[in-house]
Design a binder for this molecule. Sequence first.
Ligand SMILES: Cc1cc2nc3c(=O)[nH]c(=O)nc-3n(C[C@H](O)[C@H](O)[C@H](O)COP(=O)(O)O)c2cc1C
Length: 169
Amino acid sequence: MKKNVDPFVHSREITEALPSGILLTAAAEGRVNTMTIGWGALGTDWGKPMFMALVRESRFTRELLDKNPEFTVNVPYGEFDKRILGFCGSKSGRDVDKIKELGLTLVDSEIVSVPGIKELPLTLECRVAARQRQEPALICEQFRKAYYPAPEDAHIMYFGEIVNTYIIS
Ligand SMILES: Cc1cc2nc3c(=O)[nH]c(=O)nc-3n(C[C@H](O)[C@H](O)[C@H](O)COP(=O)(O)O)c2cc1C
């Protein structure tokens, strides 16, 4: 069952969960993959509710997003197994089927083609409205040195228009 909610009413749960990790799920060519993200922003762009995720060039997720520009954001709501975030934040979908390995329960989305995940039930369905590669040269020295020792592995900012938000039960 899905209970529709307003993403901004749940902005606190979303933004407070981010530093320890939430999931971003992508799918293309019959493959569903999820990865842990710790950076992101909930806000308004182009007059629409938007979730902006930062996905490095090297991620398998980035390949899927470029093939099918839709994703779901999967936020913990209540108790959940925290090992999910460690596993999905250290293994690549190139090497392992993380969904299968963890036994995660996929739930069909209503608008986008990418499913949600029952175990992290606060769900944002997003359609990529814009993507932008970060330019390391334009990032302040402190963060450039800390996060971009390899400038070719920059983050891509994916601005996902939030087209549906609900809690799966
Ligand atoms: C807590 C945590 C937060 C993370 N945040 C991000 C992030 O915001 N962007 C990113 O590109 N990688 C982030 N990662 C790393 C990816 O989750 C990790 O490289 C993952 O294996 C990529 O999976 P994929 O290759 O299947 O896409 C994070 C990892 C952890 C543990």
